[in-house]
Design a protein around this ligand. Structure first.
Ligand SMILES: Cc1cc2nc3c(=O)[nH]c(=O)nc-3n(C[C@H](O)[C@H](O)[C@H](O)COP(=O)(O)OP(=O)(O)OC[C@H]3O[C@@H](n4cnc5c(N)ncnc54)[C@H](O)[C@@H]3O)c2cc1C
Length: 439
């Protein structure tokens, strides 16, 4: 079977689904390939910055988001040891000044359902097993995923899609098929076999769990600082607390030794409760819903982004979301970067219909767009990636962080300013509330 589209998008997370919706709104035929069945939980802090709310409106899921998401996030706090300092979060301009949290099971499902409703062909659960060709003529071989998570090969299991435009929105846990050494069908810990370097002591492993019955104040966004890691807590949809963190491999190993017999997630929970009194207080009387999820190591990619290589190069698919560059999750800007980078790229693609053609002209048009996209990407995201990297280093050294506490206590507005610098209220140009272009 051979099927032709204007664009193939690999990955149905916030980046891929946003791109699919934008292109479909502009009349493109789109194939969106997602390996996992939705709804699915995902390691993420689940905070969505206020800067994205007009964008969700424009994508057509604003109302659903408003009815589902947790309380407005109006304050940020720094938790370290027994200390807590809180400050106002900056208000975004417009009618929706505050961010909110929504579980990824809900958010990702809403976005993909919206893409499907706009006519996008959603191949799910399917793995993009290979992606070959070049701008103007890409070919992607799909494998459907069996219920046990393995890719199904053979005559019934594989399909080939072609398109002039290909977009990599496959996140950061696996390389794009073209770059992959070994395919891992299930989410999980990266190993040396997946094309990344082997285990390192300072690798950051990411964890997340949900709890009901937490005493965390709704609307407060605490950032956790502890030796060898950082994290965050928030009340999301249905009053559910999301607790997510990153911890260095060496710190996790020490914590495991101190908590023998516990599973990794439970060790992390015990460690967080011990290191940050505010976590113990928020979880007292709370009950965990579902298991701890873990992925990693995460490799925030500032050098790649700085050189522009993260945004792709002239002869490769366009990259959006984490596939283009990953900020330290401490600042909770990954979903913003996913949705906003998709928006930036799609504005360029829609404005240059010649990229949908075949042959040399399409090839040249895409080469030019790669350059423009890389420039815009860096303008939009590089500063927040650098801020995230600095703040993450501070948070992982609580001795240093604590030496700043007296200053922060005297001037809590510095926390507000830090949130502003990390991109919390920086949207993309050309989006206004109520905007429903070509829907
Ligand atoms: C601990 C932690 C806390 C975080 N907290 C926040 C937060 O509070 N706020 C925030 O904004 N961001 C946060 N982030 C970051 C955020 O989760 C990511 O930046 C975001 O998920 C990136 O979106 P994406 O669409 O680029 O990639 P993803 O969400 O990773 O989506 C990629 C999709 O591609 C699919 N895929 C991959 N390969 C293939 C293939 N070959 N074929 C088919 N499908 C494929 C995957 O199944 C996946 O669904 C956090 C991250 C971590 C680790």
């Amino acid at each position: 079977m051979q099927l032709h589209y204007d664009a193939i998008i690999v990955g149905g997370g916030p980046a891929g689904a946003t791109a699919a919706i934008r292109l479909a709104q502009a009349g493109w035929s789109v194939a969106l390939i997602e390996r996992e069945s939705f709804p699915r939980r995902k390691v993420c802090g689940e905070c969505i910055a206020a800067s994205n709310l007009p964008l969700l409106e424009a994508l057509g899921i604003g109302e659903a988001f408003a009815s589902l998401a947790g309380p407005e996030l109006r304050r940020v706090a720094l938790l370290s040891g027994r200390q807590m300092i809180s400050a106002a979060l900056p208000a975004a301009p417009g009618a929706q000044p505050w961010g909110r949290a929504l579980g990824r099971a809900q958010l990702d499902t809403l976005l993909v359902a919206r893409a499907r409703a706009l006519g996008v062909t959603v191949w799910q659960p399917c793995i993009a097993h290979s992606l070959g060709g070049a701008p103007g003529a890409y070919c992607c071989e799909l494998r459907s995923v069996r219920s046990d998570g393995e890719a199904r090969s053979g005559p019934d299991g594989s399909v080939a899609l072609t398109a002039p435009v290909a977009i990599a929105a496959n996140g950061s846990w696996e390389p794009l098929p073209a770059e992959r050494v070994t395919l891992h069908a299930g989410a999980g810990m990266r190993t040396g076999a997946d094309g990344h370097a082997g285990a390192r002591e300072h690798d950051l492993l990411a964890f997340k769990a949900n709890f009901i019955g937490s005493t965390l104040s709704p609307g407060l966004l605490p950032v956790l600082s502890f030796a060898g890691g950082y994290g965050g807590m928030v009340i999301a949809d249905g009053g559910m607390l999301t607790l997510a963190c990153c911890i260095q491999r060496a710190s996790l190993r020490r914590a495991r030794r101190a908590n023998p017999g516990l599973r990794a997630g439970e060790v992390v929970q015990a460690h967080l409760q011990e290191q940050c009194q505010g976590v113990a207080a928020a979880l007292s009387g709370a009950r965990r819903v579902g298991g701890w999820l873990a992925v990693g190591p995460i490799r925030p990619s500032l050098p790649l982004a700085a050189s522009g290589a993260a945004c792709g190069h002239a002869l490769a698919p366009f990259r959006i979301g984490n596939a283009a560059g990953e900020a330290h999750p401490l600042v909770g800007e990954g979903i913003s970067m996913a949705v906003q980078s998709a928006w930036l790229l799609c504005a360029l693609l829609i404005g240059h219909p010649e990229v949908r053609g075949r042959g040399r002209a399409a090839h040249e048009a895409q080469r030019a767009l790669h350059v423009q996209y890389a420039v815009q990407w860096r303008r939009q995201f590089l500063a927040r990636m650098r801020i995230a990297a600095c703040v993450a280093q501070l948070a992982m050294h609580p001795g240093v962080a604590r030496s700043l506490l007296p200053l922060l206590r005297r001037a809590p507005g510095l926390l507000t300013q830090g949130a502003r610098w990390s991109g919390k209220i920086r949207g993309v140009r050309g989006v206004s509330e109520g905007h429903q272009e070509n829907t």
